[in-house]
Structures are given as C-alpha cells and as structure tokens.
Design a protein around this ligand. Structure first.
Ligand SMILES: Cc1cc2nc3c(=O)[nH]c(=O)nc-3n(C[C@H](O)[C@H](O)[C@H](O)COP(=O)(O)OP(=O)(O)OC[C@H]3O[C@@H](n4cnc5c(N)ncnc54)[C@H](O)[C@@H]3O)c2cc1C
Ligand code: FES
Length: 282
C-alpha cells in the first residue's frame, strides 16, 4: 500500500530536484542535468520516456529523457525554448530546483532491435529523445547490427551536442550522417532534408528497426521513403508530441485517435498511427 501511494504521488506531485549543470547547446536549446539520489522517488526511466518538468509557479511541460539511462545518479533533459515553461527551464542555473514527475510512457523498442540493424532518424530537437538509444546500443554494441544515425537540422548553429557528434563521427561502429536544410559559409557537409538520405543508405532493410523523432512531416516522409524499399511499417517507430496535462492517462488532453500519447506512447509503431498521421486534425 505504501509503495502504491508513493508511486501514485510521484506520478501526480512534482518532486523537487536540484540542477547540477545547465549548458546551452544552441541559442534556443539547453541541456539540464538534475541530481537524482539512488533509490529516490523519480526512477531513471528508459530511452524514449519523458518527465513532466515544473519550473515552480510557471507550469509544466513534457520533456524527454536525453541522457544515459544507465547512469542512475542524474536525469538529463534537453529543452528548446518555445514558450513560457520551456524558456524558464532553459534559464535554470546550477543550484536551483526544478519540479519533476515521471518517468512516463512507453519508450523506444531497444530489445526488439537486438540482432538487427538500428536506424535512427532525428530532426532538430528530435535528436534529444534518440540520444539515450545511441548510449544503450553502444553499451551493448555486439548485441546489435549496424548503427546508423541520420540527423537533420535547419542550420549549423542549430546542431545539438557538437562535441558528441564529433566523437560519434570518429567511431567505426556508428555511421553518422548529418545534413542541414540550409548551408552557411562554415558548413562543408551535406545539405538537404534528412529523409533524402534514406533511399541511398545500405542496411538490412528486412532486418532493421527504424526509430524516428522530429516534426510529424519528417516522420511521415521517413516511412514513405523506407516502406517501398522493403522496411516493414511494423519495424518503424515514431515518437509523437501532443499537449500533456496529467501525463498519467487520466485527463484525455493528449488523445490521439484511440490512443493516449502519455500512456500508450509517446513511441508508437508507425503502422499503428499511420492513418492518424495523415489526418490534418484529429
Ligand atoms: C512526449 C513528449 C516529449 C517531449 N520532449 C521534448 C524535449 O525533449 N525537448 C523539448 O524541448 N520539447 C519536448 N516536447 C515538447 C514540449 O513539451 C512542448 O514544446 C511544450 O509545449 C513546451 O511548453 P511551453 O509552455 O514552453 O510552450 P507552449 O506555451 O506550450 O508553446 C508556446 C508556443 O510554441 C509552439 N510550440 C509548442 N511546442 C512546439 C514545438 N515542439 N515546436 C515548435 N513550436 C512549438 C506552440 O504552438 C505555441 O505557439 C515534448 C513533448 C512531448 C509530448
Ligand atoms: S495527458 Fe492526461 S491523459 Fe494523457
């Protein structure tokens, strides 16, 4: 009974956690690291899950885990300032306190990807929820086939995790493809939408798991580019964004057709949400 109550409380009442570091990734985006005590009320979560973050007195926003889930001592979130809550999270400094509820939802199908090629397709801030998958695959590298990471950003100043991108680029067991919508003077890499890279990639199309996160139009284009080339719709997973309130399957704010994004997702097999994604309004 006590365990049940404590579980219910951490789902509905924010727990104050201290900020240990706050680093600006870009002009709009910051990565916040929160201290998590071993056995504390907020579990470390799994790749693809999210927490509700509450800058006190301002409001809550759903923000994905972006750190290594195997590191139970801290919670990492990468936040792009688009409104009052996300901007307030981005202004936090070490020593300040943030309210946290979670973790919530069903994340990426890491176990299902074992023994298969893993293809990650990230657009913009969508790299943040996929970064924990990269850590999980690299930690148990021999258990997976090839690891391909496709990352598209609008311009070079929007690129997240620059130091890590350079480290991933240098590895022989991870194939990283970065592309920008618009080149600038400093950019000598690929230009064009991330989905344009898909047809030419070589991987086991019948034995791969694809995980895509970014704008809905990008996730749809990913599936449209891959399915005709032999990737099954059941092997493509997408992470959906909808307005969250309770995050616990109680209020219906996140309803997406017959699904609640907070508890049935945010990660869904593309085959399950394809028809909903083609609708303009649900
Ligand atoms: C499961 C889940 C995981 C998420 N993970 C992350 C994450 O890791 N990092 C992150 O930064 N965000 C993430 N989001 C998105 C975040 O929850 C929303 O952007 C949230 O609305 C921000 O709250 P706000 O009060 O700052 O802005 P709001 O007041 O809600 O929005 C302000 C304005 O920005 C627009 N807007 C809202 N969201 C977006 C968006 N994503 N892109 C462009 N414009 C937008 C709105 O239409 C509105 O006009 C996630 C959402 C979900 C559902
Ligand atoms: S946010 Fe309340 S049911 Fe999903």
């Amino acid at each position: 009974m006590t365990a049940f109550l404590s579980h219910a409380v951490t789902r509905l009442v924010p727990v104050p956690l201290r900020v240990v570091s706050a680093v600006a990734d870009t002009a709009e985006t910051a990565t916040i690291v929160l201290e998590r005590s071993a056995g504390g009320p907020i579990a470390p979560g799994t790749p693809g899950q999210f927490n509700m973050l509450y800058p006190f007195g301002i409001g809550e926003a759903a923000i994905s885990l972006s750190g290594d889930s195997a590191d139970g001592s801290r919670l990492v979130h990468t936040v792009r300032a688009v409104g009052a809550v996300s901007a307030a999270i981005g202004r936090l400094r070490p020593g300040q306190v943030l309210g946290v509820r979670g973790p919530f939802g069903i994340g990426w199908p890491i176990d299902r990807a074992r023994g298969r090629d893993v293809v990650l397709v990230a657009g913009g801030i969508g790299l943040a929820p996929l970064r924990p998958v990269i850590y999980a695959v690299l930690r148990d590298r021999a258990a997976f086939g090839r690891l391909l990471v496709l990352y598209g950003a609008r311009q070079s100043s929007d690129l997240l995790y620059r130091d890590e991108l350079a480290q991933w680029q240098a590895r022989s067991d991870l194939e990283l493809f970065v592309t920008l919508d618009q080149a600038d003077a400093a950019w000598t890499g690929r230009v064009g939408f991330v989905t344009a890279l898909l047809p030419q990639l070589r991987f086991q199309r019948g034995n791969a798991v694809v995980m895509a996160c970014g704008p809905e139009v990008m996730m749809r284009a990913t599936a449209n580019a891959l399915i005709p080339t032999g990737v099954r719709g059941e092997a493509i997973f997408v992470s959906m964004e909808r307005n969250m309130k309770c995050a616990a399957g109680l209020c219906g704010h996140c309803q997406f057709g017959p699904h609640f994004v907070c508890k049935d997702g945010p990660v869904f097999p593309y085959a399950r949400v394809r028809d909903l994604l083609t609708a303009r309004e649900i």
